[in-house]
Ligand binder design. Structure first.
Ligand code: PEP
Length: 251
């Protein structure tokens, strides 16, 4: 059975001290009120070790927001999947639209990152999604399908079962514009059908597909009520414990 998941993406926000504070607040809130979904927080690299020490990872999973596309060596400023794993984190967000747009990460690079993440025992939270122009020209299904095919379809069914997908229409990220519940369900069902065609329906049915893009406490419930929406990847609203808890409590 697939899991319902609410994952936060802190992006490049919070000093180490602020991040530790937020992790503590979330831990307390979740200990007081057990969630009905898996909760994950995606912190900056430098927070990972401290946050892992604070949280019980059965309660809150810890994720990096990226990893290098090389195993190790002369890649100044990069952080490898093995290094991420050594902090205690067990997830890594890959293919976020900001990484694709600002750091030129294409599907070939992401394919390598996915392989390195899996090889090092990290669960990729793999982001896909179209830009506004692609939706307006009705190319959104093709774009999302190619992102999945090119970065993930080399995986065996057993490997694919370790992936969490996050559909994040780029026009909805940090813009305050949310996909309607119908738009989200339509794309999530398309993604699951694409997976079923490549693997089997039973494999597709096991994959959690999260929605991301201006998800907040006020709209999470109707988004998550859709049969193929298994939770959310949350940016802005993951930066305050109260907002993030409001989304977690939508389950
Ligand atoms: C994200 O960056 O993954 C995201 C969904 O951001 P926001 O919730 O702020 O739109």
């Amino acid at each position: 059975m697939r899991q319902n998941i609410v994952a936060g993406n802190w992006k490049m926000n919070k000093t180490l001290q602020e991040g530790v504070e937020l992790a503590k607040e979330l831990k307390e809130a979740l200990q007081a009120q057990k969630p009905n979904c898996r909760v994950i927080i995606g912190t900056p690299f430098i927070h990972l070790t401290e946050v892992c020490k604070i949280v019980d990872q059965d309660l809150i999973g810890v994720s990096a927001q990226n990893c290098a596309d090389h195993e190790s060596g002369a890649y100044t400023g990069e952080v490898s999947a093995q290094m991420v794993k050594s902090t205690g984190a067990t997830y890594v967000i890959l293919g976020h639209s900001e990484r694709r747009a600002y750091y030129h990460e294409d599907n070939a690079i992401l394919k390598t990152k996915v392989d390195l993440a899996l090889k090092n025992g990290l669960t990729p939270i793999f982001c896909i999604g179209e830009v506004l122009e692609e939706r307006e020209s009705n190319k959104h299904f093709d774009v999302v399908k190619s992102q999945i095919e090119e970065a993930l379809f080399h995986l065996s069914a057993d490997e694919f079962k370790k992936i969490i997908l996050a559909y994040e229409p780029v026009w909805a990220i940090g813009t305050g514009k949310t996909a309607s519940p119908e738009q989200a369900q339509e794309m999530h069902a398309f993604i699951r059908k694409t997976l079923a065609e490549k693997y089997q329906q039973s494999v597709a049915d096991e994959i959690s597909i999260l929605y991301g893009g201006s998800c907040k406490p006020s709209n999470a419930k109707e988004l998550f009520a859709n049969p193929d929406v298994d939770g959310g990847l949350i940016g802005g609203a993951s930066l305050k414990a109260e907002d993030f808890m409001g989304i977690i409590n939508a389950f």
